[in-house]
Design a protein around this ligand. Structure first.
Ligand code: CP
Ligand code: NVA
Length: 319
């Protein structure tokens, strides 16, 4: 049996994504009185491998694996032989002999794909330069718990067409949402991702649109979303990006252009007064800490689903 990976949002179908969100809600509701069946990882170990910094992803996977009855092993890649040049393929093969799943935060999507190809256990994308699919699951859970549904809602993302934008485009399309991305010219999401989102949207009712005017994109939005202007690995571009992205700050003016009950979202960490004003992130529309909490519930649901399917070869080629 081959392992089932979650490297990109589209590794779940629309129906599977909805089922993961349902399970996430159920796990959240009974977190303090869990069902015996919720211990999907009992007797299993999960490696959490980080090649970039993390607060939310690291903590929520660590706690989540433990709550599912499993044993989390958190690894800072720089302290391993990866930091001294051992290949990602050899690392994947070795980890597969010890653990039952590998959750990894890395740089290029290609590195994640190489790791998955060499692993015999499920690999989960905990953020790559290309996508942040676990974040998008938590975001959809957060929107759904406030609005009761996702289909037909408009989410407007302002800023860099980055990993978070890509995942919102794809996961939003799977859920039948309209995702509008307003970016400065030259910083738009990848065309191939926008095209893929629209192909999915043809079946779900979703739509992906790239725009350049923040206020136009925000008009009538149900959700306003932003992320940092310089992602991890782009620190050297922080100053030039701060200038280019000024017109895309999520501030009170943008909130006023949206629906009166608009939800304001940010995956965090935020740079206050850069991509979002303090008044907005601390204001009545903001659900940023619900998003952060839902990382825990959504990822528990995802891991339970990957294991429940029996599409897992189990830790170690010899087992
Ligand atoms: N949103 C998110 O992934 O946060 P961390 O970088 O703290 O994990
Ligand atoms: N786009 C950001 C997200 C951080 C959670 C980054 O990659 O740094």
């Amino acid at each position: 049996m081959t392992a089932r990976h979650f490297l990109l949002d589209t590794d779940l179908t629309s129906a599977e994504q909805a089922a993961v969100l349902d399970l996430a809600d159920a796990l959240k509701a009974r977190r303090r009185a869990p069902d015996p069946a919720d211990r999907a990882l009992a007797g299993r170990s999960v490696a959490l491998l980080f090649e970039k910094p993390s607060t939310r992803t690291r903590l929520s996977f660590d706690v989540g694996v433990a709550e599912l009855g499993g044993h989390p092993v958190v690894i800072d890649a720089a302290s391993t032989q990866l930091g001294r040049g051992e290949t990602i393929e050899d690392t994947a093969a070795v980890l597969s002999r010890y653990v039952d799943a590998i959750v990894v935060r890395t740089f290029a999507q290609d590195r994640l794909e190489r790791l998955a190809a060499a692993a015999s256990v499920p690999v989960v994308n905990a953020l790559s330069d290309h996508a942040h699919p676990c974040q998008a699951l938590a975001d959809l859970q957060t929107i759904r718990e406030r609005r009761g549904h996702l289909t037909g809602l408009t989410l407007t993302y302002l800023g860099d067409g980055n990993n978070v934008a890509h995942s919102l485009l794809l996961a939003g399309a799977l859920a039948g949402m309209r995702v509008h991305v307003a970016s400065p010219p030259g910083y738009e999401p990848f065309e191939q991702v926008v095209r893929h989102a629209n192909e999915i949207g043809a079946a779900t009712g979703g739509e992906a649109l790239v725009m350049h005017d923040a206020l136009e994109a925000a008009a009538g939005a149900d959700v306003l979303y932003t992320d940092v202007w310089a992602s991890m690995g782009q620190e050297g571009e922080s100053d030039s990006r701060s200038l280019v992205f000024q017109p895309y700050r999520l501030d009170e003016k943008v909130v006023e252009a949206a629906r009166p009950d608009v939800l304001v979202m940010h995956c965090l960490p935020a740079h206050r007064e850069l991509e979002i004003s303090s008044a907005v992130i601390d204001g009545p529309h903001s659900v940023v800490f619900d998003q952060a909490e839902n990382r825990l519930h959504a990822q528990k649901a995802l891991l339970s689903t990957l294991f429940a399917e029996g599409a897992v070869s189990g830790g170690g080629a010899s087992r």
